[in-house]
Design a protein around this ligand. Structure first.
Ligand SMILES: Cc1cc2nc3c(=O)[nH]c(=O)nc-3n(C[C@H](O)[C@H](O)[C@H](O)COP(=O)(O)OP(=O)(O)OC[C@H]3O[C@@H](n4cnc5c(N)ncnc54)[C@H](O)[C@@H]3O)c2cc1C
Length: 397
């Protein structure tokens, strides 16, 4: 009987374990997760912090579901080492888990900026449920919060904490928020809207230190400004969890290097999700992580599986805002077509007759249409008319 060990019970690991159990009914499938919780919806942590969902609603699979599907789940079981020739993983508590095939799904962790004071209690790099709960504890205690990072995650943290009654300042190193997903115009619209809702946004802000005694009490900027804070959330990016893979001798770049069938440099070990690196690229969204998990399960079942990235789309999950972006935003070598009507903005970037990137602000109803144009790379006869959206295309047909 084949023993398959999946390390990491985030979305990718859980999906892969379930996929393997389904495709290989005879296999023994073990899912070992470092976090003490049942598998949960990490994407929904933003809504949890904002008070829109309860903790119980985050859980995606109960123990009974997993067991009925043929997956033996071990919560609170960080794997500390991997012996590739012996095909043995050893947990932090010293328990050996022998396998025939292993899948690394160790995901990423939030970056903790190497600033003075970054380790003070009250400083939270945001990635998981425990960190979300720490943020909510601080919100209950009250006082001001500072979020370092005005990307998607930072803005979701800030809006959530504001909804919980905190006075929140967002510090962003660039001139407009979400600069990876938005152009300057749509970024300025979003910044205005968030400011109008009571968030303080400081752009081009250079954080120099975090101050405090036995707990954080302020953030100091390079220009000397001191912003009081009882909670500091770091949302400045993530780093793949590769320590385990690296120490075992697997090939690791920024992530665990895999081929398109999700195999690592050891053919018995696969890697999926945010910890995996294919052709020098990492992923940072849940949809491709789940796809990779399906491809890895297919590979383990002996099917020919070859994953290739598709166009990424991202949306901001802050109630009262509608912001969506896909593909390449404002690349230097593309031509822009922009439409603006009041609080609604549409930015589209074209190379010749092909759409390569899009930003929708205020009205995101056409997101599926533009994502399809980007993903398929289909040529469009009239860029100006296509910019009007699917209704025009239907009328013209
Ligand atoms: C607040 C928030 C909001 C987000 N919103 C969106 C969104 O709107 N859309 C979107 O597409 N993406 C979003 N993301 C990103 C999305 O959550 C990730 O892309 C997705 O979780 C990646 O899944 P993964 O399984 O690869 O990694 P992870 O979710 O990071 O899971 C990895 C798991 O492995 C565990 N682990 C690590 N090392 C070990 C070890 N040695 N032994 C055992 N277990 C280990 C970790 O504890 C973790 O539980 C959001 C992320 C956050 C934090």
């Amino acid at each position: 009987m084949t023993r398959v060990l999946v390390i990491g019970a985030g979305p990718a690991g859980t999906r892969c374990a379930l996929g393997v159990a389904k495709r290989l009914p005879g296999a023994t499938v073990t899912l070992a997760g470092a976090e003490p919780a049942l598998p949960y919806d990490r994407v929904a942590l933003s809504r949890y912090v904002a008070g829109a969902v309860e903790q119980e609603a985050l859980i995606t699979h109960s123990l009974a579901d997993l067991s009925a599907a043929g997956v033996e789940f071990r919560a609170g079981t960080p794997v500390a080492s991997l012996d590739l020739p012996a095909r043995r993983a050893v947990t932090a508590s010293g328990k050996a888990l022998d396998y025939d095939r292993c899948v690394l799904a160790t995901g990423s962790r939030a970056v903790r900026l190497p600033l003075p004071g970054a380790d003070l209690p009250g400083v939270v790099p945001w990635r998981d449920l425990a960190e979300s709960r720490a943020m909510l504890r601080a919100a209950r205690e009250g006082g001001p919060a500072v979020v370092i990072g005005g990307g998607l995650l930072g803005l979701e943290a800030a809006a959530g904490l504001a909804a919980r009654g905190m006075k929140v300042t967002v510090l962003h190193a660039v001139g407009w928020p979400m600069e990876r997903q938005l152009c300057t115009d749509s970024g300025a619209l979003l910044a205005d809207r968030l400011r109008g809702r009571g968030l303080k946004l400081l752009m081009n802000a250079k954080t120099e230190a975090i101050e405090g005694g036995d707990r954080v009490d302020a953030v100091r900027l390079a220009d000397g400004t001191r912003i009081p804070a009882r909670l500091v959330v770091m949302a400045v990016g993530v780093r793949p969890n590769t320590d385990l893979a690296r120490a075992s001798g697997l090939t690791v770049g920024r992530g665990v290097v895999v081929d398109a069938s999700m195999r690592t440099s050891d053919p018995r070990v696969l890697a999926v999700g945010e910890c995996a690196e294919l052709d020098g690229r990492l992923i940072g969204l849940v949809a491709p992580a789940l796809e990779q998990a399906d491809f890895a399960a297919a590979t383990l079942a002996g099917e020919a599986a070859s994953w290739a990235p598709r166009a990424d789309a991202a949306a901001l999950k802050v109630s009262g805002t509608a912001v969506w972006s896909a593909g390449e935003v404002a690349p230097a070598d593309a031509e822009a077509v922009t439409l603006r009507a009041g609080e609604t903005y549409r930015g589209l970037w074209w190379r010749g007759s092909r759409l390569v990137g899009a930003v929708l602000y205020g009205d995101v109803a056409e997101s599926a249409f533009f994502l399809r144009l980007i993903a398929t790379g289909e040529a469009v006869a009239s860029r100006a008319e296509a910019a009007l959206g699917s209704a025009w295309v239907k009328d013209a047909a």
